[in-house]
Design a protein around this ligand. Structure first.
Ligand code: B4P
Length: 188
């Protein structure tokens, strides 16, 4: 299966992707993690300048690391996209990458959490990009650039909304039920 996790900063994309990766046994592709892991490279240092001010990293940098990761063997059996795509051009590029490989997207899970809860989660986590000013900019970027993807995928009939305001265990239960329902409705 190929699944996208969509949601505002702190919605729990990374948290739930870890669990789902183990449940489905498919590759996990987190662009945030890959960009942070590259911090000692010129590309990583360039990306960090955007991340630390709450901006999205430019599409060409993100797409470069995704193309490379998608060509690794473990992605051929399925892939969980965590925090990617985050812009319409990224979504269009993903469509092209998957079309070339004959592997369509199966599901897009939109994680919904009230903004006050998101702020509390991020402030408690305390990553370098979790200070109040940067968080505010990340939300602004999400609304302007990422939220349009909700309609992009809704129109294709592959979007599912998940109430992600409960505990991580409860949210995972909802995600698992949604995936199981999709698998059984797709099987002959
Ligand atoms: P990401 O690494 O994707 O991180 P995120 O959106 O902040 O958080 P996520 O939703 O994964 O939340 P998490 O599970 O960690 O992005 C960071 C930055 O990288 C972006 O701002 C951007 O600059 C750049 N970037 C990444 N991908 C990009 C792309 N495609 N294009 C351009 N730029 C890109 O959870 C957050 C906290 O909440 C944790 O402490 C967790 O323990 C807690 N939590 C999770 N679920 C909870 C629950 N149910 N209840 C209570 N707490 C919970």
């Amino acid at each position: 299966m190929r699944i996208v996790f969509l949601g505002p900063p702190g919605a729990g994309k990374g948290t739930q992707a870890q669990r789902l990766k183990d449940y489905l046994g498919i590759a996990h592709l987190s662009t945030g993690e890959m960009l942070r892991d590259a911090e000692d490279t010129p590309l990583g240092r360039k990306a960090a300048r955007y991340m630390l001010t709450g901006q999205l990293v430019p599409d060409d940098i993100v797409l470069g690391i995704v193309v490379q990761r998608l060509s690794e063997k473990d992605c051929s059996q399925g892939c969980l996209f965590d925090g990617f795509p985050r812009t319409v051009p990224q979504a269009e590029a993903l469509d092209r990458m998957l079309a070339v490989r004959g592997m369509p997207l199966d599901l897009v899970l939109a994680l919904n959490v009230p903004e006050a809860d998101l702020n509390a989660r991020l402030t408690a986590r305390g990553r370098p990009d979790d200070d109040p000013k940067t968080i505010a900019e990340r939300f602004r970027q999400y609304c302007a650039l990422t939220q349009p993807l909700i309609d992009y995928y809704r129109l294709r009939g592959i979007l599912r909304q998940i109430d992600a305001s409960a505990s991580p265990d409860k949210v995972f239960e909802r995600i698992r039920d949604t995936i199981d329902a999709t698998v059984s409705s797709n099987s002959p």
